[in-house]
Design a protein around this ligand. Structure first.
Ligand SMILES: [Zn+2]
Length: 153
């Protein structure tokens, strides 16, 4: 979805030293999706159920609450030692699993945090709600539910 009238120029004063303008939501979805996909294959730490792909993981687990950015919650928007952003899910065995931002480069993580900070404020929603929206878009993309998105509202 395009954001009419929003080209990031109002954000000049907050530019990072990468010289990059604020990302679009599509770019954010793409970056986070590529990052999370690299975590597979993996297996449940408790029951050993294998997840060959993000798709299998999403089909087998249930999201638990909104994703949490611990750095944002601490007000640290450019963390040198990030605690990370985590999305929790319950395996069918009852164990709580998570996918995290761990392993993401600092410049990328900082740009995502900048984006989330600006967008949550602009949209008037919490960071958790914004992260949930991004996760929902990723879920739909991975599970091939794009048509549902188009017909929804
Ligand atoms: Zn399990």
């Amino acid at each position: 979805m395009n954001l009419p009238g929003f080209d990031g120029t109002a954000y000049h004063s907050g530019r990072l030293n990468t010289g990059a303008a604020l990302m679009t939501e599509d770019e954010v979805v793409e970056i986070v999706l590529r990052h999370v996909e690299r975590k597979f294959p993996m297996a449940c730490s408790a029951c050993g159920h294998p997840f060959a792909s993000l798709k299998e993981y999403l089909e087998y687990t249930n999201h638990l609450g909104n994703p949490i950015s611990y750095d944002a919650e601490a007000g640290d928007w450019r963390p040198w030692k990030p605690v990370g952003t985590l999305s929790y899910a319950n395996c069918r065995c009852g164990t709580t699993l998570s996918l995290s931002s761990h392993g993401m480069g600092l410049p990328t993580l900082w740009r995502l945090l900048q984006w989330a900070r600006t967008e949550s404020s602009r949209r008037g929603i919490s960071m958790g709600e914004l992260l949930r929206e991004i996760r929902t878009r990723i879920d739909r993309q991975v599970l091939n539910l794009e048509e549902e998105v188009l017909t929804r509202k």
